[in-house]
Design a protein around this ligand. Structure first.
Ligand SMILES: C[S@@+](CC[C@H](N)C(=O)[O-])C[C@H]1O[C@@H](n2cnc3c(N)ncnc32)[C@H](O)[C@@H]1O
Length: 364
């Protein structure tokens, strides 16, 4: 694909008539939406946790009373084993979400700086002893932590992508199943899916769908979108899903919904998820102390490749996982989100940091 899919392309101003997608945190409608989606997801998650035969964790440890609003942590036992949190250690959870993993780090006696770019995700969390909540993008975690006078940490966790809570909140526009304005912005800032779908040149749109969705019918889909938006802007998720479905050859013969890959591509592009991962890994490796650990859970082959290469090429990181760790069949059965999860971890070598300290000392 010749077209550039760089997120840094010139931002275009919002077109008139763009649906209003931002809602003030705490608005009644939000709370209702949260209650509804929590009620909808609670049953399934509670059942799943209770049938968790190969986990030592209780409901309380996996989310406590807040389980109704929390996200079932993926590969929890494996993350804990690799991060190995010790009492008094300091961790960064760069993707705090429902604080599922963070609760386990806190339980081990560590303190956690929990970062999330989604103001709604953070507004749902209550206070937890040992947790400092930080709103922002994990790509700049070292700068964010400077505000708390933290310049080095014992561990970093990234569990990237969207949470079940975000997927379940229809109004966010992540799902092709429910009618919602085209949005998909986790941070509620910047250009949303509406602008990408309605304003991106067709070749570039095809490249985005191909690259981030690994969708082989990307050109056909992009051309169908172009034809439709020439008549009137495409405003909602189900409208877009219907256009993709009509453009898709043999849509019903396949197991997956024809819109799935395109929606994934849009979400990754809108939130610059690969750019954030690249910068976040750099920031994390600057923050880690000698002996510090980093664990990353990814859900897409492009993401896993970035993590694998970073751990391989960073001279002061030693990979702790030769191959990515995947969820057990049991976990996959009870948590569909775990099916594509890949966990990699690395440890910062003491030697490189000691050397760094020595040079620093000699300079002072
Ligand atoms: C998969 S969920 C994390 C769930 C969490 N580990 C748990 O157990 O509850 C991902 C979360 O990371 C947030 N997120 C994704 N990309 C981010 C980024 N670049 N910076 C900060 N937060 C991000 C999302 O808003 C979402 O709440």
């Amino acid at each position: 694909m010749a077209a550039s899919t760089s997120k840094s392309r010139a931002k275009k101003s919002a077109r008139p008539g763009r649906p209003a997608t931002s809602r003030p945190p705490g608005a009644d409608a939000d709370l209702d939406a949260i209650r509804i989606s929590a009620a909808r997801t609670d049953l399934a998650r509670t059942d799943l946790v209770r049938t968790d035969a190969d986990s030592d964790f209780t409901d309380a440890e996996l989310g406590g009373e807040g389980l109704a609003l929390s996200h079932l942590p993926v590969l929890a036992a494996e993350v804990l084993e690799l991060l190995d949190p010790q009492p008094g250690e300091v961790f960064v959870d760069g993707t705090l979400g429902g604080a599922g993993h963070t609760r386990l780090l806190l339980k081990a006696g560590a303190s956690v700086y929990g970062i999330d770019q989604d103001p709604y995700a953070l507004s749902r969390l209550g206070e937890l002893a040992g947790l400092t909540i930080v709103q922002g993008n994990y790509r700049e975690m070292d700068r964010l932590l400077q505000g708390y006078r933290i310049s080095a940490v014992d561990g970093v966790l990234l569990d990237i992508g969207v949470s079940s809570f975000q997927l379940d909140d229809a109004q966010r526009g992540f799902s092709y199943h429910t009618e919602a304005p085209l949005d998909m912005r986790m941070s509620q800032q910047g250009e949303g899916a509406y602008q990408v779908i309605n304003e991106t040149p067709v070749e570039e749109l095809a490249a985005i769908i191909f690259e981030f969705g690994e969708e082989r019918h990307s050109r056909r889909i992009a051309r169908a979108i172009e034809a439709e938006r020439e008549r009137a802007p495409i405003a909602t998720t189900t409208q877009l899903a219907e256009i993709i479905k009509r453009a898709y050859p043999g849509a019903h013969a396949r197991g997956i919904h024809p819109a799935r890959r395109t929606f994934q591509a849009l979400r990754i592009y809108v939130n610059d998820e690969l750019g954030a991962l690249n910068s976040g890994l750099e920031a994390a490796s600057r923050l880690l102390k000698p002996g510090g650990r980093i664990a990353v859970i990814s859900f897409h082959s492009l993401e896993d490749r970035i993590v694998k290469r970073f751990f391989r090429d960073q001279p002061d990181l030693q990979a702790l996982t030769k191959r990515p760790v995947e969820a057990s069949e049991n976990e996959q059965a009870r948590n569909p989100r775990a099916r594509s999860a890949k966990l990699r971890a690395a440890r910062k070598s003491g030697h490189a940091q000691t050397e760094h300290d020595r040079v620093k000392d000699s300079q002072s």
